[in-house]
Design a protein around this ligand. Structure first.
Ligand SMILES: CC(C)(COP(=O)(O)OP(=O)(O)OC[C@H]1O[C@@H](n2cnc3c(N)ncnc32)[C@H](O)[C@@H]1OP(=O)(O)O)[C@@H](O)C(=O)NCCC(=O)NCCSC(=O)/C=C/CC(=O)O
Ligand SMILES: Cc1cc2nc3c(=O)[nH]c(=O)nc-3n(C[C@H](O)[C@H](O)[C@H](O)COP(=O)(O)OP(=O)(O)OC[C@H]3O[C@@H](n4cnc5c(N)ncnc54)[C@H](O)[C@@H]3O)c2cc1C
Length: 627
């Protein structure tokens, strides 16, 4: 029945202050207030409905996304929302769109790689959305290998311009979000050529379309690259293809914080690391870690609530069947994911601090923590997105057959999320960057340069000193093992930062105790999963392994009565969850049944095609003809 909380009995079991946990999850009372207010604003506005997406064609879907993006912008302007509130509104609208790349990459690239003068010129236009930008780095032939990009930017001293050109088919820009049909400008990454000499890849602001009629400018060929994984999903985004045919731009449209070209055609490299050209990717990778905790917590919220609603087998004397959340196998699959959602939330908070710290240091030309920031953002982006993509799929399986319905919200969540394992850096390629950082640290052991921060522990692994000779076998040869070491390094960071979080003041009855249970589940689940490595390296004994497994089972029992309250603490509206299985009141079956009849296929009792194909079949007309 509507209005009845079918999960009330679960909520009454909670042993902690859920409202206090909501503040912990949000990060602060202020953050909770903004999040709660904006999520309810979006949920209550029919202009942001999303329950019809799976029935729209690609063109209808895309036009609807444009409508929503424009409506969101009007809402932001009309309500005079702050930057923080506007970002939250775009988050709860929950639809991949060109605005993601405009706000999430185009603007950060100008802020991170533009000079003061360039920022003063371009940021006001971008903030008012008088231009719409995209981040055009990847090409048909190169994505991971940025130094392999082929687009050229040749300086013409006669006209004080750069000539941007796509010399080969594989140099076509390919994938940039927002590029296909909407962006008026791009930050295009190209090989800088001055006086016949190459100076590596740099970013250039290039106008693509007329601000009058949106037609592509002279020398610009641009379009969408076509349908992607899943029906609705990421197809709300116009990932595009772009070719330049000797397009001329003013010299002052090369982003010149890292390198400069003078009007006389002199190339100058600032006294900052060349890798700052990659700074936007570092920024986005740290946001992706926070996004992972959001995506995983959505899936876990759905699977946990449904696991408490679903009953299967176990009826005694005609009594109710067993809630599937009470099966130990269901708990052993679900609760580590619940713990991971919280773990990724806190590592995301720490990474945001690390990024802010390195940004502040860079402003003072202190580059000392840049390598660690690169390794942490790359490694944690890889770790959390892999675990989240796998976790969303596991949550679908935890919901049995109904998890495969679009109305469960899980197929769409999976389809939209999985490219996170690839964009902003293929996850293996990024782990190899971490491995390179770890091996460089090993090579410096014993020198005066002591490892600090997230690699401080390596001073305690003296035996690595001897294995330096092993490196002679070559990084490539050892890369599989090194990637595993990189994952372990990142897991250690996640566990240690979760433990550090617990050492902070955490208000609310029972809140810290619940987080301690989740931290122990996260850590012991990893130890159980990788116990082969721990045993073979002598880090633990078989007895330790057995104790860990026993403790894990005990922890599952401790979290069980609090499971629903722990996912309520995410404070997601039914609108944002977009899932009948995960609805707050747990009134699943009537909603599933009602939703089925809304499918367009049920608009007619007799389906289109019956008279053309089925009736002849049934009437033996086709069978007789064949015989
Ligand atoms: C794989 C990369 C990093 C290789 O870059 P390369 O220039 O070839 O560097 P090396 O591997 O030779 O390393 C040299 C040196 O530089 C350090 N380093 C590398 N990257 C960074 C960095 N970002 N910050 C700081 N330092 C960095 C590295 O550690 C070495 O240091 P040493 O001390 O050991 O010498 C590069 O090609 C790369 O990043 N590839 C991935 C491309 C990528 O992520 N593309 C994303 C495109 S945008 C996108 O996908 C958008 C998606 C939409 C959305 O997000 O919604
Ligand atoms: C949905 C989506 C949105 C995107 N949006 C943008 C955007 O807005 N702007 C933009 O510029 N780009 C964008 N991209 C492109 C994205 O950044 C690249 O696809 C990504 O960086 C991976 O590069 P790649 O495609 O070249 O993969 P590849 O490097 O070709 O990967 C293929 C395989 O090769 C392996 N591999 C590659 N190099 C090595 C190595 N050295 N050692 C071992 N294995 C290796 C990889 O691990 C992988 O298994 C987007 C991509 C997607 C899917």
């Amino acid at each position: 029945m509507e209005g009845v909380d079918h999960l009330a009995h679960e909520r009454n079991k909670s042993e902690f202050d859920v409202d206090a946990m909501k503040i912990v999850w949000a990060g602060s009372p202020h953050a909770f207030d903004v999040s709660d207010r904006i999520s309810k604003l979006v949920a209550s506005d029919p202009g942001f409905r999303k329950d019809n997406r799976s029935t729209l064609s690609r063109k209808e879907l895309f036009k609807n996304t444009l409508r929503k993006a424009a409506y969101a912008w009007k809402t932001i302007v009309d309500l005079r929302l702050s930057e923080e509130e506007a970002a939250k509104l775009r988050f709860y609208v929950d639809e991949p769109a060109f605005t993601d790349l405009h706000w999430g990459m185009f603007i950060p690239a100008i802020k991170g790689q533009g000079t003061e003068e360039q920022q003063q010129k371009w940021l006001p236009l971008a903030y008012k959305m008088q231009i719409i930008g995209c981040y055009a780095q990847t090409e048909l032939g190169h994505g991971s290998n940025v130094q392999g990009l082929e687009t050229t930017a040749t300086f013409d001293p006669q006209t004080d311009e750069f000539i941007i050109h796509s010399p080969t088919l594989t140099s076509s820009k390919w994938w940039p979000g927002g590029l296909g049909k909407v962006a008026t400008h791009a930050i295009a990454y190209a090989r800088l050529i001055v006086g016949g000499r190459e100076h590596g890849v740099n970013g250039f602001i290039v106008q693509l379309r007329s601000l009058e009629d949106h037609s592509p400018l002279l020398g610009i060929t641009v379009g969408d690259i076509g349908m992607k994984f899943g029906n609705g999903a990421y197809n709300t985004m116009d990932n595009g293809v772009l070719r330049f045919d000797h397009v001329r731009i003013p010299r002052n449209q090369m982003l010149m914080r890292v390198s400069q070209v003078t009007c006389e055609g002199k190339y100058k490299q600032s006294d900052v690391p060349r890798q700052l050209v990659y700074g936007t990717m570092v920024y986005v990778r740290q946001t992706i870690v926070a996004d992972a905790s959001c995506a995983l917590s959505r899936a876990v919220c759905i699977a946990t609530r449904y696991s408490a609603v679903r009953r299967q087998f176990g009826s005694q004397n005609g009594g109710p069947e067993t809630q599937v959340i009470d099966y130990k196998t269901q708990q052993s699959r679900l609760f580590p994911l619940l713990a991971s959602a919280y773990a990724f939330r806190f590592i995301g908070e720490w990474l945001k601090w690390l990024y802010a710290d390195v940004t502040q240091r860079l402003q003072a030309n202190d580059f000392s923590t840049l390598p660690e920031a690169h390794a942490c953002t790359a490694g944690l982006k890889s770790l959390t997105t892999t675990a989240t993509a796998d976790g969303i799929e596991e949550c679908r399986k935890l919901c049995g057959g109904h998890g495969y319905l679009c109305s469960s919200g899980l197929p769409e969540l999976f389809a939209v999320y999985v490219p996170a394992c690839t964009y902003e850096g293929d996850n293996t390629v990024l782990l190899l960057q971490v491995a390179r950082f770890l091996m460089k640290t090993v090579s410096q052991l014993g020198s005066s340069k002591k490892p600090v921060g997230t690699i401080a522990y390596m001073t305690r692994v003296e035996h690595l000193m001897q294995c330096r000779c092993g490196v002679q076998r070559g990084f490539a040869e050892l890369s599989v093992d090194l990637v595993e070491a990189a994952v372990a390094h990142c897991q250690l960071i996640v566990v240690s930062k979760f433990i550090e979080k617990l050492q902070q003041e955490i208000p609310g009855k029972g809140v810290k105790q619940q987080l301690e249970v989740l931290c122990n589940i996260y850590a012991l689940f990893l130890l159980h999963k990788h116990q082969g490595d721990f045993l073979s390296t002598g880090c633990i004994t078989p007895k330790h392994a057995a104790l860990a497994n026993d403790e894990l089972r005990s922890l599952y029992s401790q979290v069980r009565p609090n499971a629903i309250a722990l996912v309520d603490a995410f404070n997601y509206t039914d609108h944002y969850l977009g899932s009948i299985l995960g609805c707050y009141d747990g009134n699943v079956y009537p909603k599933l049944y009602e939703a089925a009849w809304k499918d367009p296929l049920n608009e007619s009792v007799v389906p289109d095609g019956y008279h053309q194909y089925i009736r002849p079949l049934l009437k033996q007309e086709i069978r007789t003809a064949r015989l």
